[in-house]
Design a binder for this molecule. Sequence first.
Ligand code: NAP
Length: 251
Amino acid sequence: MERWVGSVAIVTGASSGIGEGIARELVKNGLIVVGLARRIDRLNNLKEQLKNESGIFYPLKCDMTKEEEILASFDWIKNNVGNINLLVNNAGFGRLTTLSGGKTSDWKDMFDCNVMGLSIATREAVKNMTEKNIPGLIIHINSIYGHFVPTTCAETENMYIATKYCVTALAETLRLELAKSKSSIRVSSISPGVVATEFVEAGGFSDVEDLYNQVPPLKPLDIANAVLYLLSTPPNVNITELTIRPTGEIL
Ligand SMILES: NC(=O)c1ccc[n+]([C@@H]2O[C@H](COP(=O)([O-])OP(=O)(O)OC[C@H]3O[C@@H](n4cnc5c(N)ncnc54)[C@H](OP(=O)(O)O)[C@@H]3O)[C@@H](O)[C@H]2O)c1
């Protein structure tokens, strides 16, 4: 971890849940973290909570569905914080939809954030890392649903699942693109099972109590620890996929 102290990290969706947990642990470990999200009050609150840690937290308001806001955020970071060593593409959400009757706007919103926002941020980070010859790391927060279609909720989580399948493909295609250009940038996907965050309620998915009673969910800290593990690996090791489930999960 020592070599990451003072490095610049961007965490998208740092205002709650997994992103907040990752931002917290990175700052505690001495990184300079820029947290992006729409709820700036939450980010400011997190900054206050982290003020005595060894790293620094910068809150930055950014809607990941809007390209101009993502580009402006990356410009601001390069001009005011520094070159990027680590990008954690975490911002994402799901909404209940059907394919036979769902709203186009719901489908588009999910793709704009979970796929396009992630891709635009990745492009900007890779550009900066390549230009400055930084052996950086890009981490996509994927999902177990990026790897299989669950029969229990396929009929209502279809488009969310599709966005996460995209993330699986985009992680591997980027890895190959970088490998073929002899880049030292690494790409990792972390695919969690159920984590206790605002995700389930925000998306109007299944009853939270019910879901969490089936098996105790993971905590954001469990995922943050996986990020620290990825950072602890040497530059010649590229962990491409980490699937993390709560013990006993049946999904
Ligand atoms: N919780 C789970 O069981 C679980 C399992 C597997 C994968 N995941 C993945 O983990 C990631 C984080 O989710 P979470 O569980 O931590 O949920 P969460 O607590 O609801 O957090 C979602 C984060 O994404 C941000 N976000 C959503 N839309 C955004 C937008 N348009 N622009 C910028 N930020 C946006 C939110 O910030 P603002 O609303 O402030 O903008 C928030 O910080 C997602 O990619 C999700 O798919 C979650």
